[in-house]
Ligand binder design. Structure first.
Ligand code: ATP
Ligand code: MG
Length: 394
């Protein structure tokens, strides 16, 4: 079956007035971006409150649909057949031929015809079209019947300059288009959680930058490549991601030298947050995102989260905070980051971990330990930020 266009359905609740244009323009931009790498020529248009993707000539249908299914803000994708207006008789023939090609000669579904006249000069009113096209369908398919309340097939016939015919809705991801809700900085590790966290916040329309802390030579080039690969996978949904790779070795060694070892993880995490926030400020992000979840590991008890959070003034978004690991894994499989996440490369957090880390850190105790770093830490932090490597993916 060859489709000439796609009608894009999007959630309209809550996008009134000026927001509506911002939402639609962002959605159009994201659809264009998503289709850039798909074989074929696509024209995305916004017309009378509807977004269409028109195709020209041959194109890769499956890839096009897959790409659009990753665009946040899309609720449904309707493949459309566009017919020349050659009179109402011919339209009846075409509708029957379309149904035969799409659902088979002996289709026995219940249906409703939903005609809409965008071109008001068309000689038939939409009610008339519904009734007469319905009659043609009943004549052609003995097994089909009309159900105006819960039809299995909603057959849309839209009269514009040409006639648009569609009856399928392929579900989209929902959410809001990237760029409609500012930008935030994702702390991206090589684990399962943080890519999912980035995906979830991006789904609310937030553009994503990312920061990764590595500790060469304690962490390898392969571990870094794994994070680049993960960012690339997340970018399939979010569009290009600016990934800042921060060399954390010096800071980690210094903390190791000066601070009690059972506090290493928490102090290290506090420095990660501080550095991430500084880069976020410099690059226009308004919040931070982590993959933390209450109780998952020692550094994610409520007390630890409070201690980590205390160094930030920006809001920290933790979309997985109340999720079980199982549910996080399910999403990571859906968005195709799971296989990359479970590759066994060391993480900079795992190198310096104590056997018995504190699980209920006292903020005052931690602050006192951090005092021991005061001589050199500011300089080290500045240097880590200045020397961060920028990798753009997606
Ligand atoms: P993940 O699966 O995302 O690695 P995790 O369960 O291993 O999470 P932690 O190692 O405690 O948990 O990290 C908590 C959060 O801190 C991560 O979700 C991530 O947002 C951030 N984080 C941890 N390590 C790094 C790192 N090396 N670079 C950037 N962010 C990190
Ligand atoms: Mg981790």
């Amino acid at each position: 079956m060859f489709f000439h266009a796609f009608l894009i359905k999007y959630g309209e609740i809550g996008i009134k007035g000026k927001n509506r244009y911002l939402f639609e323009d962002a959605l159009v931009a994201q659809i264009r971006h998503a289709l850039k790498h798909v074989e074929g020529t696509f024209k995305v248009t916004k017309d009378q409150g509807r977004i269409y993707v028109h195709t020209e000539g041959e194109y890769d249908y499956d890839d096009a649909v897959a790409a659009m299914r990753r665009v946040f803000g899309i609720v449904g994708i309707c493949p459309v057949v566009i017919l020349e207006d050659e009179g109402f008789e011919k339209l009846g023939d075409d509708v029957v031929a379309y149904l035969k090609a799409r659902y088979g000669e002996d289709c026995d579904k219940s249906f409703k015809v939903q005609a809409r006249r965008a071109r008001k000069t068309y000689p038939k009113a939409s009610m008339e079209m519904n009734a007469e096209l319905g009659g043609r369908i009943l004549d052609a398919f003995p097994g089909m019947r009309v159900d105006v309340h819960e039809p299995e097939l909603m057959i849309h016939v839209e009269v514009r300059e040409h006639i648009y015919l569609y009856s399928d809705i392929i579900p989209g991801p929902g959410g809001m288009p990237i760029g409609t809700n500012g930008k935030s900085m994702l702390l991206l590790s090589g684990g399962i959680d943080s890519p999912v966290a980035g995906y979830m916040v991006a789904k609310r329309g937030v553009k994503i930058d990312a920061v990764y802390f590595h500790a060469p030579p304690y962490t390898s080039e392969r571990a870094k490549q794994k994070v680049v690969d993960l960012a690339t996978k997340v970018a399939r949904y979010t569009g290009p991601i600016y990934l800042y790779v921060v060399n954390f070795t010096e800071i980690q060694l210094y903390i190791y030298e000066k601070c009690p070892h059972d506090e290493l993880t928490i102090i290290m995490r506090r420095y990660m947050m501080r550095i991430a926030e500084r880069i976020a400020e410099k690059t226009g992000s308004l919040g931070l995102i982590t993959g933390e979840s209450i109780g998952q590991v020692a550094s994610q008890t409520v007390q630890s989260l409070a201690a980590t959070n205390e160094v930030c003034t920006m809001p920290v978004f933790r979309p997985l905070i109340a999720y079980d690991k199982e549910d996080i894994v399910t999403i990571s499989k859906q968005i195709d980051t799971y296989e990359t996440s479970i590759q066994p490369f060391e993480d900079c957090c795992t190198i310096f971990v104590a056997k018995h880390p504190v699980t209920k850190p006292n903020i005052n105790v931690i602050k006192r330990s951090e005092q021991k770093l005061m001589e050199q830490i500011d300089e080290m932090v500045d240097k880590a930020i200045e020397t961060a490597e920028l990798i753009v993916v997606g």
